[in-house]
Design a binder for this molecule. Structure first.
Ligand code: MUC
Ligand code: MG
Length: 376
């Protein structure tokens, strides 16, 4: 029957720019709008699936930009999947890898759209296609990243009062270590009794700086430190972890592939890993990285790249099936945008973000919003 025609018939890509409610500053860049590539993938049965590739400040957080992602999908990845049966996810991954090296965010957006389209066809959530959900809500943190501690304390207070977030990730590395330590001391004094505080250096420190500053973060009550060293210095992260006066370490930019994850495990270089579709090339890849981490006793953290509700829903569908998401998640992205791209945004309540219900990703693209934010 035509409803079962799962062949990929058409793949369309659109670059969108959505303003953020405030400037978001990290070590290597600063953004006032988030840019995504939205993928719409139509099957032979007429069902459309959607996916999103997020970036952060152009090709600065990683090497992919929305312009590059769109070009690679249009010229190489989409042609490789036309006619392919959408429910053959692993075979689709092989085709995408044969068509282009790396380009993980681009591949993740297409693979997400495959999962959404198949889920919609079968009337099943994507989580069910991945083995089934073990949770429907996720503790979610908020990132403080204006760089102005007065503003940051006020922002955190508002989030606490609204019962939206009680864990905060502070972005450091845009200024000298001593200035960041002074800022962190202020934030810790104001918040540490009522909230969990973690820090993300986005690779800003060298090993000597990390050796000097990390014990001070322990004194300030910082619960976790993300990617203090450059992504290449996995051995350095391992050396830092032999000390007992530093907070636990979270691997982010040093883990893209499952091979990267294995190297981090072999060097005992992290206590936890941040899982992101843009790094792992899709939901299948994310589950592979998670499996290697689990095998090594490394905790799982649900990472983000400030996705809209489209990309955030895809992550939640994948996170829903992980046995233990010890460190919660950070899919606050929809809340930092001035507007969303879906008809019904994700629900944030009681310090958690909730798995949307319904088939596929559980969210529906709003065509008017897509048109409005599309780059001309
Ligand atoms: C990153 O490096 O973790 C995620 C949250 C945030 O504020 O920045 C991103 C990227
Ligand atoms: Mg990070």
């Amino acid at each position: 029957p035509p409803a079962r025609d799962l062949a990929v018939a058409e793949i369309r890509t659109t670059i969108v720019d959505v303003p953020t409610v405030r400037t978001h500053k990290l070590s290597q860049t600063s953004v006032t709008a988030q840019s995504y590539v939205i993928v719409r993938l139509r099957l032979g049965n007429g069902v459309e699936g959607i996916g999103e590739a997020a970036t952060l400040g152009g090709p600065r957080w990683s090497e992919e930009s929305v312009e590059g992602i769109k070009a690679v999908i249009d010229a190489y990845l989409a042609p490789a999947l036309l006619g392919h049966k959408a429910d053959r996810f692993v075979a689709a991954g092989e085709r995408l890898d044969a068509a282009a090296k790396r380009n993980n965010a681009a591949k993740a957006a297409i693979e997400t759209a495959l999962f959404d389209a198949v889920g919609r066809t079968l009337g099943l959530p994507v989580a069910a296609l991945l083995g089934g959900a073990v949770r429907a809500s996720f503790p979610v943190l908020w990132t403080l990243a204006s760089g102005d501690p007065d503003q940051e304390i006020a922002e955190a207070e508002a989030k606490l009062d609204a019962r939206l977030h009680r864990s905060f990730k502070i972005k450091i590395g845009a200024q000298a270590p001593e200035a960041d330590l002074a800022r962190l001391a202020r934030l810790s004094r104001a918040l540490v009794d009522r909230a969990q505080l973690i820090v993300d250096a986005n690779q800003a420190w060298d090993e000597a700086t990390a050796r000097r500053c990390l014990p001070r973060l322990t004194d300030l009550g910082i619960a976790l430190v993300e990617q203090p060293l450059p992504a290449w210095n996995v051995a350095g992260m391992g050396r830092l972890r032999t000390r007992d006066d530093i907070p636990p370490l979270l691997a982010d930019e040093c883990v893209f592939t499952s091979h990267d994850m294995l190297a981090v495990a072999q060097d005992a270089a992290a206590d936890a890993v941040s899982l992101k579709l843009v790094k792992h090339g899709g939901l299948v890849g994310l589950r592979k990285v998670a499996a290697v981490a689990e095998a090594a006793g490394i905790g799982l953290y649900g990472g983000c790249l400030l996705e809209s509700s489209v990309g955030a829903a895809a992550h939640l569908q994948a996170f829903a099936g992980l046995r233990d998401l010890a460190w919660g998640c950070e899919h606050f992205g929809p809340q930092i945008l001035t507007d969303d791209l879906v008809t019904e945004p994700l629900r944030f309540r009681d310090f958690a973000v909730h798995l949307p219900e319904g088939p596929g990703l559980g969210v529906t693209l709003d065509p008017d919003k897509l048109r409005h934010y599309a780059r001309s």
